[in-house]
Design a protein around this ligand. Structure first.
Ligand code: NDP
Ligand code: MG
Ligand code: MG
Length: 332
């Protein structure tokens, strides 16, 4: 059974006694910086002078300094800039400012797992990774709740890495929901696999293929959109609340029967073999190296894929329909 930690297992005063730098103020960065500040932690945000996020962070009452100044001042440095540039940011501004006993924190393990960042032996290397988007992390914190987090300690120079990581997780509300202990290896590989095979990649491709099948057969795109995308949320909410069983309890018996007989015809043994191949390429670093190369090359393929999907009939149909549905909150 996985090791779980809640509020009572974490001591907030540990992180309150440290100086924390949050590098980056995007989805995760803003949530961590604001919630730690509200938990009574000494926080500074490290951003480049030309950063678009700078004004927002200052408006929200945070002290913003350069990434190098933040790393120099702090003894806990959380790196929340995009994964593909973390290696460069580390080399340029973090490494020169690390002192023995400092702690280097991550929200995702990719750069440590695949060796793009190699910290010195005398610092703690920890992870606090919320299992949800940053905007939800912040909203839940403000509502007195939290998003579950996972924590890991890759290098325990002080012997107190886990207590520090749990304290940090408490500062962003994670221990209110529950924190699971993992390793950098497990977090990185399962996170990449989950987002590629199931959550983002698998689901997007499934929705698109279903939508295209209906439209190509002559059905109205608006109806296809509702069947293949809009209703997905209702189904996923039921799964989230009570697993497959609750979803199947709520849908019609006809839908349940169709689920049993048709699901395995769509996600076949071939699909599972492809998943195993995807996992192997995550584990051996093929994916991480290709992604970092794409990023450093100026994102040519990434932009091509993004453009093609934004022009897809699924998306143009959805844009029009969502405007007509006052209850769909695009900001959520
Ligand atoms: P975002 O892309 O949302 O934000 C990145 C931030 O970094 C922006 O504020 C950007 O500022 C800033 N930035 C870019 N370059 C630099 C630089 N050289 N120095 C300082 N700041 C810089 O990132 P995410 O929050 O999505 O991801 C951060 C980390 O969190 C990643 O490791 C990711 O895997 C992890 N994570 C993300 C989740 C999510 O919900 N998005 C979930 C769990 C983990 P600007 O653009 O204004 O210049
Ligand atoms: Mg991820
Ligand atoms: Mg139906």
């Amino acid at each position: 059974m996985a090791e779980l930690f809640y509020d009572d297992d974490a001591d907030l005063s540990i992180i309150q006694g440290r100086k924390v730098a949050i590098l980056g103020y995007g989805s995760q960065g803003h949530a961590h910086a604001l919630s730690l500040r509200d938990s009574g932690v000494d926080v500074r945000v490290g951003l480049l002078p030309e950063s678009k996020s700078r004004v927002k962070a200052e408006e929200q009452g945070l002290r913003v300094v350069t990434p190098a100044e933040a790393a120099a001042e702090a003894d806990v440095i959380m790196i929340l800039v995009p994964d593909p540039i973390q290696g460069d940011v580390y080399k340029e501004v973090v490494e020169p400012n690390l002192k023995a006993g400092d702690a280097l924190f991550f929200g995702h393990g990719l750069n440590i797992r695949f060796g793009f960042i190699k910290p010195p032996a005398d610092v703690d290397v920890c992870m606090v990774a919320p299992k949800g988007p940053g905007h939800l992390v912040r909203r839940q914190y403000e509502e007195g709740r939290g998003v579950p987090c996972i924590v890991a300690v890759e290098q325990d120079a002080t012997g107190k890495g886990l207590e520090l990581a749990l304290s940090y997780a408490k500062g962003i509300g994670g221990t209110r929901a529950g924190v699971i202990k993992t390793t950098f290896k497990e977090e990185t590989e399962t996170d990449l696999f989950g987002e590629q095979a199931v959550l983002c990649g698998g689901t997007s491709a499934l929705v698109k293929a279903g939508f295209e099948t209906l439209v190509e057969a002559g059905y109205q795109p608006e109806i296809a959109y509702f069947e293949c995308l809009h209703e997905l949320k209702l189904i996923v909410d039921l799964m989230y609340e009570g697993g497959l069983e609750k979803m199947r309890w709520s849908v019609s018996e006809t839908a349940e029967w169709g689920d049993y007989v048709t699901g395995p015809r769509i996600i076949t043994a071939d699909t599972k073999a492809a998943m195993k191949q995807v996992l192997a390429e995550i584990q051996d670093g093929t994916f991480a190296n290709a992604w970092i190369a794409e990023y450093k090359n100026g994102l040519p393929k990434y932009n091509e894929y993004k453009k093609a999907d934004s022009e897809h009939l699924l998306e143009t149909t959805g844009k029009k329909l969502r405007k007509l549905m006052s209850w769909v909150d695009e900001e959520a």
